[in-house]
Write a protein that binds this ligand. Sequence first.
Ligand SMILES: *Cc1c(COP(=O)(O)O)cnc(C)c1O
Length: 362
Amino acid sequence: MRLIEIDLKKLTHNYNFLRSQLDPKVKMIGVVKANAYGSSINIIAHKLVELGIEALAVAYVDEGIVLKKAGIEVPVLVFYPQVHNFKKVIEYQLEPALYSKRSWLNFKKLVKETQNLDYPVHIKYNTGLNRIGFNPSEIEWVIKEIKENIFHVKSVYSHLAYSEATRPDQKTNFQIELFQKIIDTHNKNSKEKIDFHLLNTSGIFNYPNLHLDYVRTGIGLYGFANQTQWNKKLKPLAVLKTTITQIHNVNKGETVGYNFGWTAKNDTKIAVLPIGHADGISRYYGHGKGWVLINGKKAHMVGNICMDMTMVEIGKINCDEGNEVIIFGTQSRADDLAEESGTISYELLSGLGSRISRKVIQ
Ligand SMILES: *Cc1c(COP(=O)(O)O)cnc(C)c1O
């Protein structure tokens, strides 16, 4: 058994807490990319809509199609649409971010060809993350293009490189100032109201004066804030569970796993768990790194994590084959486990594979 339990009461709690941090006029974009951070995109999306989220966002077009096919009716913003998928953007009425002259001109051509004038789009600027977005020096070009009235520009946005930093932070301040100039220039040149947004989850907490018209929140909905103080206010949504497949006695000096990866220092017992690196349990675990909870007790991962299985030392923990094992959840947190393999909650959660079943608790 491999299972991710998704308790929708926790999602409601996180949603309400994030809302409580916002002025009532600030709208929320719920980020459900990567299968809602490894949980279950359709379940999370429908619940967020029920809770009153104004819009949803995904990374790629195919993820947006999943939402549309599931009957989601709030706007679906696609952060990183690829030019070769633009036809599908229109077919499924998704709202693309346009982030370069190439993306703009290709989408414009398609909108004209298919007579979809006034199509809703979002404009992304690169203010310093250097990932995706128009260079701020291209703003005059963008504004000239907007004046052709081919698109309905719904929002203009950017993304901070280090929203986890609390002020004062010079580079972040520079990004903020740059975005402020972008806002001013767009407002000066637009008759219609444009929405602006800059912040992800950490930004909501660290930059309360910059919530603007929208915030884009992903990890916060799933219960993590990247900061101890705020973590306490949220509830980790997913619990990853499995059961013990087999228990072995291992004598002092015997080894466990591929490449004789771990040697028992004493006579001990190990439990074999039916989950491995193909399911998203990093191969960096297992050498003193990573542990699970069995009957409330810590059992450390030992040896090399296999593709399909993981061995843990149970020593004297009172347990049997078939017993439940918590890999992460509420007491043992996904962000702490992630840290043990040198990564972050985002990577651990979004990397959880499709072999793990998902169970919803209403
Ligand atoms: C993924 C993503 C977010 C959500 O970030 P969190 O830290 O999970 O809240 C926001 N904006 C953009 C552009 C993203 O790609």
